[in-house]
Design a binder for this molecule. Structure first.
Ligand code: PGA
Length: 267
């Protein structure tokens, strides 16, 4: 089964509006040079206050999808109400988002997000017609003690709990080993692929083999133009979630360009 790759830029807490606008201009003018069928699915996730400075670019092939899509970096599971500082799925949709990143290790670590909260967010995102990018990943300590697979399997089972197979198949998972995020030290591509394959087998167990075949599993953690080709050559890596290298149009566009040779279909 062919899965259209996703190249997603997580801008984290960076770039004020004018900077976000100029980065967006650099990416959108690059993407506009190509047909949707040539490109991976490109996603950018700015801070909430810069969502007004970016916009999606629709596919030119009539499939109804986007060549470039916008993501929120987080959301709340409730639709509205007394949740100071939070943002709902509907609000993100209203601001032009079609994806939402959830469960990033920085949110789990600094904002005490639990698996249960991430599951509620995933359900709210899918109910709102958006696509969750569900992050998972182990710490260095867990890796060194041999607990990686068990930990990640439990994160995935919890995140997908109670979600229909159809919704699971539309979701995206990002495997991001914590020790590889922002360190310049990417996970060995064969090992990243092994973990992504293991994640796919957990998805098959909880949602069936057809959902496991369809779901896109990204790798994240110090992805750079020099690492992407090897990562994309692996059977179970369907794209990348990129932090640092997504903050410069040159490096992000180079990553998109190097991914293009594996893109054959649009939908
Ligand atoms: P990095 O971040 O590419 O800077 O390692 C990845 C992420 O946290 O999503």
């Amino acid at each position: 089964m062919s899965r259209k790759p996703i190249i997603a830029g997580n801008w984290k807490m960076n770039l004020c509006q004018s900077e976000a606008k100029s980065l967006f201009d650099g990416i959108s003018s690059f993407v506009s040079n190509y047909k949707a069928t040539e490109l991976p699915c490109v996603v950018i996730a700015p801070v909430f206050t810069s969502l007004c400075c970016v916009h999606s670019i629709p596919c030119d092939c009539g499939c109804g999808g986007n060549k470039l899509s916008v993501a929120g970096q987080n959301c709340h599971w409730e639709a509205s109400g007394a949740y100071t500082g939070e943002i709902s799925v509907e609000m993100l949709k209203d601001a032009g988002c079609s994806f939402v990143i959830i469960g990033h290790s920085e949110r789990r670590q600094y904002f005490s997000e639990s698996d249960e909260m991430i599951n509620k967010k995933a359900k709210a995102i899918l109910a709102g017609g958006l696509t969750p990018i569900i992050c998972c990943g182990e710490s260095l300590e867990q890796r060194e003690s041999g607990a990686t697979d068990e930990w990640i399997a439990s994160q995935i089972r919890a995140a997908l709990s109670g979600i229909s197979s159809e919704d699971v198949s539309k979701s995206v998972i990002a495997y991001e080993p914590i020790w590889a995020i922002g360190t310049g030290k990417s996970c060995d591509a064969d090992e990243a692929n092994r973990v992504c394959k293991m994640i796919r087998s957990v998805v098959s167990e909880v949602a069936g083999s057809s959902a496991a075949d369809s779901i896109r599993i990204l790798y994240g953690g110090s992805v750079k133009p020099s690492t992407i080709e090897e990562q994309m050559s692996k059977s179970d890596i369907d794209g990348a979630l990129i932090g640092g290298a997504s903050l410069k149009a040159d490096s992000f566009n180079e990553i998109i360009e190097k991914t293009m040779k594996s893109c054959t279909c649009c939908a």
